[in-house]
Structures are given as C-alpha cells and as structure tokens.
Write a protein that binds this ligand. Structure first.
Ligand code: ADP
Ligand code: ASP
Ligand code: MG
Length: 827
C-alpha cells in the first residue's frame, strides 16, 4: 500500500482536485492507497490573516472569510453539479456548511475579544485541511468508496501551539489502533487524512508548523508501514536549487534521506524539514511527484542511491534568508570554551532554532545564525544568561542582520578535496564576501553566511560552479557603430549554434553614446541596434548605471566589449574590471596609454583575475598579436617586425601609380569610405605608430608613442583647422615630392609603401622603397602584411597577410576574442 500526499498547489481549484482524484483512482487499481491532503492553496494563510485582522479589530476579516468560504462552496458546486439531488450530496454540503459556520463563529469570537491566542490560531488554521479533506473525500466517493479522517485525535502533540511537537510513540499507537479497525471494517475504502492538524492528548487542536502536511504524511506512512510515501506537488521533483531563483536548476533523480533532510532544513521548500526522519527510521522511501505532470519520474529519496548520479559531488544548493549572525568575541580562551554549550541551552530553552554555528579555532570567537524574527527574544535571553560576562567586558556581542545562509549538500562531497574552495572561488570571483563558514561533521553540507541581498547571484554562481557543464558569458556591448553593429549580426547568427555546443552567450546590455538597454534575461541582438535608436524601451546612456547593473547581475561572467574608439571610456576600464567584467576591444587607446597608466591598468586586470583581449588592435581579424604571443611562448626571439599596418595607407599606395595625383587617389579613397572622416588621421601615421607600440609592448618593450619616429604625410601647413574638400586642392600642390619618391622607386625596381618597423628596440613609421621581391611588396587593395623575423624564422620571415581593416573582419576578430574568452573561463 502507499500513501499519497497532495499539497495546496494540487488542491487549488475544482479542476486540479479532479486531476488529483484521477491520479488517486489510477493508483488504486494497483494497490490500496491512503491519501493526505493540505488545505486548498493559500487558505491557511488567509485564515491566519483573517484571525490576526479580527484580533486587531479590523473588520475586513469578514471579507477574507467570505472569499475563502465562497472558494470552497464554488468548488463543491462545480464538482458535484450532477449529484445535487443525492443524499450523499446533501450530507456533504451540510458538513461543509457546518465547518464554515463554526469557523465564522470562531473568527467573530476573536473579533469580540480582540485577541487571538495561539491555541485559537491553531483551531482556526486547521479549518483549511478539514474543508479540503471533506471535499476531496466526497469527490473520491463519486467513483470509489472513500471517507474523511480528521487527524486530530490520531496525531498527538504537545501544547506548543502553531508549531507543536509530535509525541511519536503515542501517535504511532493511536494510528495503528485506527489502522487495525480500518483493516477489519473498511479495508477497501480510501481514507483521506487531514495534513497539518493534530491535537493535544486532552483534545485541543494544534498544528505542526507551516508546510507541515508533508510531515503528517510521513508520520502516518511510517506508523502504517506503507510501501512508499508520495508527495505530490507542482514541480517535477526536488530540484538542484530553488527553480524560482536558479533557471538552470534541474530535477535530482535520487537523494539519500540525509541529503533531502539537509536540503529541506536549509530552505528547499518542496519538503517540510521534519518529513524525512520518520521515514528514514522506518526505511520507507519517499517520492516527490508532479500532479500536473504525473508521468515525470520525480525524485526518489531512500537510504541507498541506486544509480550513480555523477554530474557533481553535490546534490543540491539551498538558502535561507532573513537570518541574523550573532557573534561572540571573547577576551580570554577560558570564557568562550563553555560558551557554545550555554548559548545552545539558552536559545533552545527559548525555542530559538540555531541554523549555523562556526567557532574560530582559537576559541576566542563564536558565530551563530538565527532567524531575524527571533532576534529580539534571542537578545533578551542571551543578555540575561551572559549578564556577568558582558558587565565585565569579558565578551562582546555583535549582531549582523540582513544575512542569509547558502548551503551546498551532497554525500558525494565527503572526502572530496576542494569543495569549499570551489564554493568560495565562485563567490569570491564575483566580489561576494563570505562572513562565516561551517561544515557539518558528516561532510554532507557546507554552509556559508553572506549578505542576503546577494541571494539570487550567489545561488546561481554556486549552482553554475557545481552543476554546469556549459560555459556562459554575458556581453555588455558599448558602441553600436560599424563594428558593434556587425558584431550584433554575428551574435544573432551564431548564438543558437553555439548554445548547442554548450556555449551560452547572452547579450546582457548594449549602449551607444546616447541610449542604453539592459536586460539580464538577454537582449535580442537582431533588434538591438534599432531599439537603441528609440527612447522607448531604452534609458539615457549612463556608464555608472551600466557598471552597477553588471556588478549586480546574476548572469555571470560578463565581458565588456568596447567597440568605440574613445579614450574616455578607456579611463573607466578600472571600474569595469572592478565590477567583475573581462574586456574585449578593438579600441587601441588602452594599449597606448603612457607606460605608468598602462602598467597600472594591466595590474588591475591581474588583481581581479580578469582577461583583456584586444587581438583586433593590430591587423583587425588577422592573427598578428596572437602569433607574436605564440612565438614568444614557444621560446622564439623576435628580431624584427615590419609591416604595412594601415589598411588605408596600403590601399593608397597600391593604387598610386602616377597616372592620377596622390591627392586625387586620396579623395577617391575617402569617397569610397575607406579612410577616416578626416583622412589626415590616416596620413599622419599615428595609427601605424599605435600598432607598433602595441606590438612592442607585447614583446616586453616599455615603448611610448613618443618614442616612435613617425613620418607624417601631411605637410605642416595643412595639419591645422577643420577638414574640408579644399584640403585636396592644397594637398595637390605637394604632388611633386610624392611623385619623385614614386619615380625613384620605379627606377630601382621597387614599390612605395608606408611601413612600420620595429627593430633593435626602436620603432619607426614612414614611406619606404620596397623591392618587388620583398613580402611587403605583394599587397592588394587594403591588405595588411606583417613580416616577423625571429631566430627560427630568419631566412624567410613569417608573413601574415590579408584584409586588415573594415567592420566585417574587425567584428569577426572581436567575436573570436569573445569565443577565446569563453575557452579561458572555467566550467
Ligand atoms: P505544496 O503546496 O505542494 O506543498 P510547496 O509550495 O510547499 O508545494 O512546495 C513546492 C514549491 O517549492 C515549488 O513550487 C518550488 O517553487 C519550491 N521549491 C523551493 N526549492 C525547491 C527545490 N530545491 N526543489 C523543488 N522545489 C523547490
Ligand atoms: N496548509 C498548511 C500550510 O499552508 C500545511 C501545508 O500546506 O503543508 O502551511
Ligand atoms: Mg509544502
């Protein structure tokens, strides 16, 4: 035989009750079943609220009562619409009405007295299960003999109203006595027991604590020695973490009693914490099932796990919020050594549960965590108990509210090194500090106290660290121009394919210089650029707010992708790093900061253990910097780097053959969109100089921009002022000089190229005559060519050539940096 318990979520309406009836009747085909029900969803809370309002003299308790009464009467009406004329119905209706009238009278009594004693509260709260039990037994009777069993008189407790302790031996005796009568007289019927409610030996109504129907089911199941207890609820089983907080939580197929106990004790609401003990003691397995998805396997809780669930040594993660951490700081070892015992005695005498204890090995300090609502009482009893010590300042008491406990549970953790370290690392990495730590002696549980505001982040982080086989990365994109816009298209095209490979990219935020858009659930990259053009659905661009949102996000890790050319933004990189973000950027400004600022930025990345990827700084999508890195890592020594490093200058000299003036070629190139808006920036050679500095720093030279000898192709006189087309006319006057250089080249069988060279610790950028046979001579269109001469590549240099500019290749390079970052990140 088996016992099936249905929670409030399964008893929320006539429709769900009908579902439950179908499940019970189907099970009855195979074996005898016993049923335990909770009150209909929300009813217990409504009853307690109504009582408390009545006690305060608030008349609205009547409206609360009325709504609740109507809910039951509606249910009755709907479920038995065909049976209205039967004797059975009139009896059921009478029972329900009697209960409702009794309840109403009780509430009116509370209102008159302006007082709701705990015993009255229990009496009132118990009506929820009595009503649902009557209704459900009635419903079953439509199809199969069934009857209602009020558990008051069967489950016996002390008089600790609202959270009464069950007197086990007596309860078992009474339940077994009931059972033998049942077996003799009504064996084929289905009994429907009320959960949650019990009574004292002298018959006063009690309840066994909120959410207690699970516990009622376990007690009844254990006493009647059923084969299995099933807890039917609204989720597919016990999840690896609260599914309301952790999206990636999954159903754990099997748990041991101890694991399930720890999980429920530390906040997994799906089971009342006391449920497991009676079942474990009587070797009865428990299965958690979903009323709304009965075919799902559920979670089996038993003594031995039969299958190896090996994804992680942990089984689940839970949390309890609204905790206060109380700490004793003792002046002398002797005072604190007996403190632990006294603290426990004092608090337990005051019915205050201690969830966590951590004692420093020096024994000079002790921390415990209690529910914050117990704090005033705890303070009072502890101050009394430690009056003497406090008076003499032998100990100091500190309180820290607004805390929570995160606990990780799993038998597989026993003896496995590094579990706590992994937990600390996952939190520490994202700047969540840990106030206290405790590990159960069984090693089945490690719990930490942290700031309660971090609950969602912390649970997601720890869950990820222990259960995720996938890698995740959230993107904060700043700059949605050519490169940023193309990157969005790439994201749009590739995100789902990457997800199938276990790489989860999510666009967390995007911004242009005016507006921004933040959505931790993920922004659609396809519509992002258009959305940013509107005020609706976006907010004004504010980097501080963007950084704060990233800092507080649950979706981690995050990468800040700077697709601007802004120096200002680079000055904010330290804040970006401190908020926990990695940085990927084509923006060269950071890597050419003056050495002291550059060094401190790099130190910042190291200190916060963040990655900085800027592959596109040289050669756009070409693997220039990564090749340099690889050569150095392989122990090679770089002798010389020379290259056509500017796509624009490459293009200009590929097309300048003397038939048209250089100024004309330049103007055409500008019109084709291949130069900066002010082409003097390309001609200045600054961009080439920056790339030289970046490569120099990559090979360890502390080079500054001012160290590079730069040939500026714009004559002094034309450098100032705003750029306009008249520049070309004035520039044409210098054609002679350029033409002479070209002619000289042609005479010597050379080509003219603007080349950057890094050699013997020095860098220069300028026009050079390159022999036809030299690798730098073979450029087409806006190709970059970089020739690297090293110890190993001495005779023929290593050459990297290809399209070195443009939003497509740059965005592709940025995207590949993002993917590289994913590979660097731990699982
Ligand atoms: P019932 O009314 O059936 O007793 P409860 O609301 O008491 O249901 O418990 C089920 C709920 O517990 C789920 O809907 C879920 O939101 C919550 N919950 C919290 N932590 C967990 C967990 N680790 N696994 C499953 N459910 C959990
Ligand atoms: N009805 C009770 C409550 O809401 C008991 C339960 O649902 O388990 O707390
Ligand atoms: Mg419950």
């Amino acid at each position: 035989m088996k016992l099936m318990k249905f929670g409030g979520s399964s008893m929320s309406s006539a429709t769900t009750m009908q579902k439950v009836a179908d499940i019970v009747l189907a099970a009855r085909h195979h074996e005898p079943v016993y049923v335990v029900v909770s009150a209909c969803q929300g009813v217990t809370t409504t009853l307690l609220t109504a009582a408390s309002h009545a006690a305060k003299g608030r008349k609205d308790f009547r409206a609360l009562y009325k709504k609740m009464a109507d809910q039951h009467l509606d249910c009755l009406n709907t479920l038995f619409s065909q049976q209205k004329k039967s004797k059975f119905y009139s009896e059921l209706e009478k029972n329900i009405n009697t209960l409702l009238v009794d309840l109403e009278n009780l509430l009116e009594g509370v209102w008159l007295l302006r007082e709701a004693a705990p015993s009255a509260l229990d009496h009132i709260a118990g009506f929820g299960e009595r009503l649902s039990g009557e209704l459900f037994a009635g419903l079953l009777q439509k199809h199969h003999p069934a009857f209602y069993v009020d558990t008051r008189g069967l489950i016996i407790t002390d008089a600790h109203f609202t959270a009464a302790a069950v007197k086990m031996p007596e309860t078992f005796q009474r339940l077994r006595r009931w059972h033998s009568h049942f077996l003799q007289a009504q064996k084929n019927n289905i009994p429907v027991f009320t959960g949650f409610i019990a009574s004292t030996r002298d018959g006063r109504s009690t309840t066994i604590g909120r959410n207690g129907s699970d516990y009622s089911a376990a007690i009844i199941g254990a006493a009647l020695a059923v084969r299995v207890v099933e807890i039917w609820t609204d989720v597919d089983g016990v999840y690896s973490a609260d599914p309301n907080i952790v999206d990636e939580a999954f159903v754990v197929p099997e748990l041991s009693y101890e694991e399930a106990m720890e999980l429920s004790y530390f906040g997994a609401k799906v089971l009342h914490p006391e449920t497991l003990a009676p079942l474990r003691d009587h070797h009865i397995p428990l299965v958690v099932k979903n009323t709304f998805h009965p075919d799902a396997q559920g979670t089996l809780i038993s003594a031995e796990k039969t299958t190896e669930f090996s994804l992680s040594p942990a089984s689940g993660i839970t949390s309890i919020d609204e905790m206060t951490l109380l700490s004793w700081i003792g002046r002398r070892r002797t005072e604190i050594s007996t403190t632990v015992e006294r603290v426990f005695e004092t608090l337990s005498a005051a019915d205050i549960n201690v969830y966590f204890i951590s004692q420093a090995s020096s024994q000079h300090s002790l921390s415990i965590a209690i529910r914050t609502h117990h704090l005033p009482r705890a303070r009072e009893v502890l101050r009394t108990a430690f009056k003497n010590e406090l008076k003499h300042h032998w100990i100091r008491l500190e309180e820290k509210s607004g805390q929570m406990i995160v606990a990780i549970v799993g038998e597989g953790m026993k003896g496995v090194p590094g579990i706590a370290g992994k937990m600390f690392h996952s939190l520490g990495q994202q700047g969540i500090s840990i106030r206290a730590i405790a590990q159960g002696a069984s090693e089945h549980n490690i719990s930490l106290v942290i700031d309660a505001k971090q609950q969602a982040r912390a649970l997601n982080l720890v869950h990820d660290a222990f259960f995720s086989r996938d890698k995740k990365l959230g993107i904060v994109l700043v700059g949605v121009g050519n490169v940023g816009g193309t990157l969005l298209n790439m994201l749009n095209e590739q995100m789902s394919a990457l997800r199938k490979k276990g790489f989860h990219l999510r666009l967390f935020a995007a911004a242009n210089s005016k507006r921004m858009l933040i959505d931790s659930a993920g922004i659609n990259p396809m519509t992002c650029a258009d959305t940013l053009k509107k005020t609706q659905g976006t907010t004004e661009y504010d980097l501080d707010k963007l950084i704060a949102a990233a800092r507080n996000s649950d979706f981690l890790p995050l990468v800040f992708v700077d697709c601007t050319a802004s120096s200002e933004l680079v000055h904010r990189y330290p804040d970006v790093i401190r908020a926990g973000m990695h940085i990927v950027t084509p923006n060269k400004k950071a890597n050419v900061l003056p050495m002291p600022a550059y060094r401190s930025l790099i130190a910042e990345f190291h200190e916060y253990d963040r990655h900085f990827l800027y592959q596109t700084n040289v050669g756009a999508g070409l693997p220039v910097l990564s090749t340099i890195k690889d050569l150095l890592a392989g122990g090679d020594h770089i002798i010389r780097i020379e290259g056509v490093l500017s796509g624009t200058l490459s293009y200009l000299f590929n097309y300048y053959d003397g038939k048209k003036s250089f100024a004309d070629v330049l103007q055409q190139t500008q019109m084709d969109g291949l130069t900066e808006p002010d082409p003097r920036e390309d001609l200045s050679g600054m961009d080439v100089a920056r790339k030289l500095v970046i490569m120099a720093r990559e090979i360890g030279l502390p080079m500054e921009l001012t160290d590079v000898k730069i040939e500026n192709l714009v004559p002094d006189e034309l450098r100032g002022g705003k750029f306009s087309d008249s520049f070309y006319i004035r520039y044409a006057k210098y054609e002679k000089n350029m033409r002479k250089k070209l002619d000289d080249c042609q005479k010597k069988n050379c080509v003219l190229r603007y080349v950057g060279t890094l050699f013997e610790g020095k860098a220069r950028a300028g026009l050079e005559m390159i022999p036809h046979t030299h690798p730098l001579a073979f450029t087409r269109a806006s190709d970059n060519v970089i020739a690297i001469t090293t110890d190993r590549y001495q005779v023929t240099p290593l050459v990297i050539q290809g399209l070195g500019a443009g939003s497509d290749v740059t965005a592709m390079g940025v995207f590949s940096d993002v993917l590289r970052l994913l590979h660097y990140l731990p699982y």
